[in-house]
Write a new protein. Structure first.
Length: 283
């Protein structure tokens, strides 16, 4: 069975030191908008189409015309390389731990295709990845310049992969690797597998309540990732402490695979947290 593995960029492959946010702030300012526009909304996990529309709306009180959107994009892409360089120089830029080894391993596997699935514009994604030394693993992807909804971008990435593999729908599995709950939600919208890097930009509570199949700090331990991808068998037959097999029955009920956690109210959430803590003390 062929496997299509989709990788988000920000917080999943690299942490680019906020260079995208800074470049968008400067691009809005250049168009006559207020300073620091990105402080008014949350960018992480959304697509650039959505973020740029929202930045423009926050600055000018209306949705941009396509011409204005393209002008903002152009300006952003001119500013971005300088911000990436600045992030590298100030040591704010880093690869997610273990990612080079993980990608190298996967690239040697048969029947696997590595694909970008990122909210970034295509040009922006490759500019952000340039210092990482890993961009050569990705020759195509789905990008967020064309889609407001992350699930549409994900589907575009899969469509590209299918073209590359020249295979029909039933002949492949899709694995989505990201760092925010929006990656999980977009994967689940299509019934795809979802795995999460905790060292990115996601809120751990939101991530857990969206119940991805796997949560790992980063890629430094490849074993859980390879087990999740079906490339390696667990030597002990179980995997404790992950959401493949949670620690306690209560944790299982709460964090289980149904995604029901997303429908819990804040009060319910607090109650469940207390129960989980108590259960852990008794162990
Ligand atoms: Mg991300």
């Amino acid at each position: 069975m062929k496997k299509i593995i989709l990788f988000d960029v920000d917080g999943t492959l690299v942490k680019a030191g906020g260079c995208g946010l800074k470049a968008l702030n400067k691009a809005v300012l250049k168009m006559g908008g207020p300073d620091n526009i990105c402080s008014k909304f949350e960018l992480q996990g959304s697509t650039d189409r959505d973020n740029f529309n929202r930045a423009f709306f926050s600055a000018f009180g209306r949705k941009p015309k396509e011409k204005e959107f393209l002008k903002l994009k152009q300006s952003y892409l001119e500013i971005l390389p300088g911000e990436v360089n600045e992030a590298v120089k100030n040591k704010r830029y880093q690869n997610i731990k273990g990612v080079e080894k993980f990608l190298e391993y996967l690239s040697k596997e048969e029947n696997i295709v590595l694909v970008l699935a990122t909210g970034n514009f295509e040009e922006g994604a490759y500019l952000k990845l340039a210092p990482s030394g890993i961009s050569h693993y990705f020759s195509f992807g789905g990008f967020g310049g064309d889609y407001e909804r992350r699930e549409d971008m994900i589907e575009a990435a899969v469509k590209e992969a299918k073209k590359f593999l020249k295979c029909e729908e039933k002949e492949f599995q899709v694995y989505v690797i990201g760092d925010t709950e929006k990656d999980v939600q977009a994967a689940k919208a299509h019934g795809y597998h979802s795995g999460i890097v905790l060292d990115g930009f996601g809120d751990p509570k939101k991530l857990r309540s969206n119940a991805p199949e796997l949560i790992a700090d980063n890629f430094s331990d490849m074993v859980p990732w390879l087990m999740w991808l079906g490339l390696k068998k667990d030597p002990k037959g179980v995997s404790r402490g992950s959401y493949i097999c949670p620690d306690t029955p209560i944790e299982h009920a709460y964090y289980g695979m149904t995604g029901m956690g997303s429908f819990l109210s804040r009060k319910d959430f607090k109650e469940m947290e207390k129960m989980i803590k108590k259960a852990k003390v008794k162990k």
